[in-house]
Design a binder for this molecule. Structure first.
Ligand code: PMP
Length: 285
């Protein structure tokens, strides 16, 4: 991904893709002081772009640093980088981090804060699982308590166990891993929220210790408008055997059906297919 043609927006200007480098003594590389966004542009427009810019600023605030750009400036920068690369349907990655400078210890108040925005074309996040249904492994790590880490930030530090778990899942032939939380309730996948279907109603874990995804919020609103009952509640892993359907939501994942979690299987039913199609129509509208 690093040595190719294209433009990346870095600290206020477009630079050549291969020149968008950081120093080895970047604070974020050592201490995970970075926050990011994953967004998708459809037909030239970023879906919920402004909400993503605001969440990026919020996440930085949770980590105690300020991004030196407003949400409106970040919106404009994202549009600029999409245009510079000639993309209309693409993924957009904005990332803000504490850089290299005076401080090399845990404290970093004298180091500059950077903002970078890259974009690339990215098809189905889960490949052919998008239609067939993804297979999930159950992660051996747990989503942490809100008293342990700022769980509502989209921060790099929260992804350490995601990468470990996703690699372990892939080694077992799965697409992703499902986390339980610190209390043992079903939480989320490594980069997507989860929903279950039973008797025409939808159940999803209460987002009280993990990212309340923008896609999750969009899909909940959409289902309620369709008259589908949505229960946001604590879900025990023992309940997995009761559910008929299951799907994941996320900017990259969009709406992806799940066919299997560990030994439990689910059918890719009409409700899930209808939600996936409606989401697709909404983002492209
Ligand atoms: N949980 C995690 C851990 C994620 O990385 C993502 C993707 N950003 C989500 C949930 C879904 O969030 P969104 O719908 O805002 O993309």
């Amino acid at each position: 991904y690093d040595d190719r043609d294209g433009k990346i927006w870095l600290d206020g200007k477009l630079v050549e893709w291969r020149d968008a480098q950081v120093h080895v003594l970047t604070h974020a590389l050592h201490y995970a002081s970075s926050v990011f966004e994953g967004e998708r542009a459809y037909n030239g427009k970023i879906f919920l772009g402004h909400e993503h810019s605001k969440r990026l600023i919020f996440s930085a605030g949770e980590l105690g640093f300020e991004i030196p750009y407003t949400a409106e400036e970040i919106d404009a920068a994202k549009d600029e980088v999409l245009k510079a690369n000639g993309f209309t349907n693409a993924y957009v990655r904005a990332i803000a981090w504490r850089g290299a400078g005076m401080d090399m210890g845990v404290a970093s108040s004298r180091n500059p804060v950077h903002l970078g925005i890259a974009t690339w074309e990215w098809g189905n996040y889960y490949g052919d699982a998008k239609t067939k249904g993804a297979k999930l492994d159950i992660a051996r790590w747990k989503r942490p308590s809100p008293e342990t880490i700022p769980v509502n930030a989209k921060a790099a530090g929260l992804y350490m166990i995601c990468t470990i778990s996703k690699h372990e899942a892939e080694a077992k032939g799965c697409s992703d891993a499902l986390f339980m939380d610190y209390r043992g309730y079903v939480a989320e996948a490594t980069g997507a929220n989860i929903f279950f279907v039973k008797d025409g109603e939808v159940h999803t874990p209460l987002a009280d210790c993990f990212l309340n995804g923008l896609t999750r919020q969009t899909v909940i609103k959409m289902m309620k408008e369709k008259g589908i009952t949505v229960h946001e509640r604590h879900i025990m892993p023992e309940e997995l055997s009761n559910f008929e359907g299951c799907f994941l939501t996320g900017t990259a994942a969009e709406v992806t059906p799940v066919g299997q979690i560990g030994d439990y299987t689910f059918t890719v039913g009409n409700l899930v297919l209808d939600i996936a199609a409606s989401y697709e129509a909404l983002v492209r509208a």
